[in-house]
Design a protein. Structure first.
Length: 241
């Protein structure tokens, strides 16, 4: 089934979720918690289904976060093909940590808890929250880990019984030069919380005209800025006024 890509709300990002409107879920025979393949001409990924937001009902929309959009090679408002996926539970996975991340003790259970329920594939980069060391993610930032191997092979789902092993090699050694360039950290809409309305306005003013130059007329940015008022001629606007 063909669906239109929209950004996932910030509170749901980073969990490998795809929010699909309920009508589309029904037509595809999907239930909450099923897994799907999301595919474009540029790539593919596997995500876990989540019922869409009420405002998306009947609009044939799939909402995925920046990481899944990047893996799929699809941008916002692009169309993607979606179909149900058959994935196996992971017996074990091996993950590689960034070279500059220093950890003590067994962090496998923490990683398993972060990734539980997510579909992963060998070679994939997955974000995980850490609360330790120089890369502490107390601010909400997540640390990118490389999936160095899975058992069985292919796309698998991390469960509470999956054994998580830490590779002796750093994540950087599992990436080619092209992969390193593609996976350079970038800011997505979901990385900026609490500004859903403002970000949508920015997207209308900047991103959509650039990606779809023939769609609609250019908007006046000043009309979208909350609290903008054109000063009256001769009015004083200095700090002391």
């Amino acid at each position: 089934m063909k669906l239109t890509v929209k950004p996932l709300k910030q509170k749901d990002a980073g969990r490998g979720l795809a929010a699909i409107d309920r009508r589309a879920m029904s037509e595809m025979g999907l239930e909450n918690g099923d897994y799907i393949v999301v595919q474009s001409d540029e790539g593919r990924t596997v995500a876990r289904v989540w019922p869409g937001y009420p405002e998306d009902e009947g609009r044939a929309i799939i909402r995925i976060d920046g990481r899944l959009r990047k893996e799929t090679g699809a941008g916002i408002d692009d169309n993607v093909e979606v179909e149900k996926a058959d994935v196996q539970p992971a017996t074990s996975i091996t993950v590689a940590l960034p070279q500059n991340l220093r950890v003590r003790g067994n962090v496998g259970p923490m990683i398993r808890q972060n990734l539980s329920g997510q579909a992963v594939t060998e070679g994939q980069t997955v974000p995980v929250s850490f609360g330790l060391g120089p890369l502490s993610s107390r601010s909400g930032q997540k640390i990118p880990l490389k999936v160095a191997g899975t058992e069985p092979s292919g796309t698998v789902v991390v469960t509470d019984s999956t054994e998580v092993e830490i590779s002796e090699q750093p994540a950087e050694q599992f990436a080619s030069a092209d992969e390193t360039e593609r996976e350079t950290p970038s800011v997505t809409y979901e990385d900026i919380g609490g500004l859903d309305r403002e970000l949508e306005q920015v997207r209308e003013m900047i991103e959509l005209p650039m990606r779809h130059p023939g769609r609609g007329r250019a908007r006046d940015p000043k009309r979208h800025l909350r609290g903008h008022r054109r000063p009256r001629r001769g009015a004083r606007t200095g700090p002391g006024d």
